[in-house]
Each structure stands twice: as structure tokens, then as C-alpha cells.
Design a protein around this ligand. Structure first.
Ligand code: TRP
Length: 354
């Protein structure tokens, strides 16, 4: 067993009686989740809420670490919530909330910043990549301290595992280091969290550039499937997907990245193994595969799209759900922060317990 990550079997067997806790979030930085967010993350979160004590949140504070438009952020935060719920997050089973509604995140982030070395923070690869792209004039200090806010997000809830993609592993690693450092300096406080590795985590690639992960920052929108797109837009993009040399429908990530990506998508949305699909498409052409993928994806996404827009028609109700989520989250986060404050030597305000 790798000590910084945990598999699901290990996670479930490590606990007798108590449900293990997981926590994750996705930034509200686009008008719609894309198929990679949906199949690679959200679908797994929905499954996880059955077995784990699950905390899911919208890191809106992280979304302002790069230049942003305030009206867009507000709209995207609601849309993200609506898509989580439409996609299957059940607020009775999971705790769903917005990061900025729980002030303990910013408060613990300060402590985390004071524990992090300048050099250590400078080595974060996502910071290096993003700041190189933005140029030093537009890079705020918040982009630099982003990983410490993320450590606070995690440690406030003492989760056993944090399901994240590869691009976030280094940040989870930092959260572990900071948890250990705090425990060592100030006494046992935090559970040292692990990254969660899923056997069945789907990896979805760009339709136009099938060796790159599907990402909202792709050079062309044509490689993206947004879950809120009209069915005909989705079908068109799938039918225009780049395929590979040859004619045979077979799975080979190296030699046939385009066809393999389509097979992976179909396999995930139809819950059928790639092997079975390859047999089914024996003697058929790429075009047949594309039609099948387009139909299956549209069928899967259409109810989610409709439900999302229905939910968005009543923003006051969404806000009420979020207020309940924030209350549940604070009930966990506030005592953890109070314990941290006491341990670092902050005085309790007169008449108030920490
Ligand atoms: N940084 C993550 C991303 O961009 C989002 C995030 C913020 C997160 N805080 C988190 C994910 C805590 C997991 C746990 O995808």
C-alpha cells in the first residue's frame, strides 16, 4: 500500500462501524461542467455518498485567484450547485455547501500559510504553470497561497480520503505535510488525509486532441462536451471527433487515442465493458461508433440538463439548500478551528469559549 493514497477497498475495510469521510470540490470556473468533470468526478461522488460520509463543496474562493468577472462567478456558483444536484448529489446523504459560506476556511487558511515555507509553496507545479501563463503582473498572491486554502478546506473536516484528479495530488500531498507539521508542533489535531484512487475512475480526453485530458482551457471548444449543451451540439461534436488511422474499432490508447476515447466514453455512460463494446463493433466502422456514442451521451445527459435548468428557475430554493449545507459544514468545521486556535495560543474573546 502506498502511504499517501488509499484504494476504496482499503478505505472501507479500515473502518469498523463508522462510515469513512470523504471531501472534494470542483471550481465554479465555467458555465457548464464538461463530460470529464461529470464522468471522472461527479459520477464517483454520487456513488461515494452511498458508502461514505461525504462533503462536497464549491470552492468559490479559489475561483478568484485568477482574474474573474463577479456576475459570472455568482451565476457559475449556482449553476455548479444545480449540476451537482441534477447529477445525483443528494443533500440528505451528502453535505453540499459553498466555501465562502463557511468562514472557517479563510481562518484556517491563515494558520496554514504561517506553517508553509516560502520555498515549499514556490515548488507547487500548478502555481508555476498558471503564473507562467498569466505573467507576473496579473498573478495575485492568492494564486500563491491557493494550496494553503485548499489544505484548510480539507483539514477542517478531517476526511479520511480526498478524491481528486492527478493535477491536484501535489496539493493533497501539501495538506498531508501541513497536517503532520501541525500535529507535531502543537499536538495531535488533524487526521492526515490520503488521496483516493478509484479503480473505475474514467479518464476522458479532448475530442479534437485525444491525448490531452478534456479541459475547459482547451484551445478549441469543439473538443469539449458540456453537460448543459443542447443535444444537437453534443451530437455534432462527437460526430466530428478526431479518429485514427485504420478502420477497425479497437482499444489502444497509444495507437488509437481517438477511438479509444470514444470507447471509454461509451463504456462509462452505458456501463458496458470496453471488451464487450469492441466485440459489438466488430466489422463496423468508426461512423457507427460515433453514432452510438452520441446517442448514449445525449440520453445520459439530457435529463441532467433539464433538471439543472429547472433547479435554476428557483434560485431562492437553491440558496436555502446551500444555507442548510453551510450549517451542517460549520457544525463540523467550527470546533476544529476552535481547537486549532486554542492550540496555537490565541486567547478566547472574553465571555466566549474557543
Ligand atoms: N483545487 C481543486 C481544483 O481545482 C478544487 C479544490 C479546492 C479542492 N479545495 C479542495 C478539491 C479541497 C479537493 C479538496 O480542482
Amino acid at each position: 500500500m502506498n502511504h499517501t493514497t488509499i484504494t476504496e477497498d482499503e478505505l472501507l475495510s479500515a473502518h469498523d462501524g463508522r462510515a469513512p469521510r470523504v471531501l472534494s470540490g470542483m471550481q465554479p470556473s465555467a458555465d457548464s461542467l464538461h463530460l470529464g468533470n461529470y464522468l471522472g468526478a461527479l459520477v464517483n461522488w454520487v456513488k461515494a455518498q452511498e458508502d461514505y460520509d461525504s462533503f462536497y463543496f464549491i470552492p468559490d474562493m479559489h475561483a478568484i485567484t485568477v482574474p474573474h468577472d463577479p456576475a459570472d462567478l455568482a451565476e457559475r456558483t449556482r449553476r455548479t450547485v444545480a449540476q451537482y444536484i441534477a447529477g445525483g448529489i443528494d443533500i440528505e446523504k451528502s453535505t453540499l455547501f459553498v466555501q465562502s459560506h463557511v468562514p472557517e476556511h479563510a481562518q484556517l487558511a491563515w494558520i496554514m500559510m504561517c506553517l508553509t515555507g516560502f520555498g515549499e509553496a514556490s515548488r507547487m507545479t500548478q502555481f508555476k504553470d498558471k503564473s507562467a501563463k498569466l505573467g507576473s503582473d496579473s498573478v495575485g498572491v492568492g494564486l500563491f497561497t491557493y494550496p494553503m486554502l485548499m489544505a484548510a478546506d480539507i483539514l477542517l473536516y478531517n476526511p479520511d480520503a480526498v478524491p481528486v484528479g492527478d493535477d491536484q495530488k501535489q496539493h493533497v500531498e501539501l495538506a498531508r505535510d501541513l497536517a503532520q507539521r501541525f500535529n507535531h508542533r502543537f499536538g495531535e489535531t488533524f487526521i492526515v488525509p490520503k488521496g483516493l484512487i478509484r479503480k473505475d475512475g474514467a479518464r476522458i480526453y479532448d475530442l479534437q486532441d485525444p491525448t490531452s485530458k478534456m479541459s475547459k482551457s482547451a484551445s478549441s471548444p469543439n473538443g469539449l462536451i458540456n453537460i448543459l449543451d443542447e443535444p444537437k451540439v453534443i451530437a455534432k461534436r462527437i460526430k466530428s471527433a478526431v479518429t485514427d488511422a485504420g478502420t477497425e474499432v479497437s482499444y489502444d490508447r497509444q495507437e488509437k487515442p481517438g477511438v479509444s476515447n470514444l470507447l471509454e466514453i461509451l463504456s462509462t455512460v452505458s456501463d458496458t465493458s470496453v471488451e464487450t463494446l469492441v466485440k459489438e463493433f466488430e466489422g463496423k466502422m468508426y461512423g457507427h461508433l460515433k453514432v452510438a456514442v452520441a446517442d448514449a451521451v445525449v440520453e445520459r445527459l439530457e435529463p441532467i440538463r433539464k433538471r439543472t435548468f429547472e433547479l435554476l428557475e428557483d434560485p431562492a430554493e437553491l440558496d436555502r439548500l446551500l444555507a442548510r449545507g453551510a450549517e451542517k459544514a460549520r457544525a463540523v468545521a467550527a470546533p476544529v478551528l476552535a481547537d486549532v486556535y486554542k492550540k496555537v495560543g490565541f486567547l478566547a474573546p472574553a465571555g466566549q469559549a474557543l
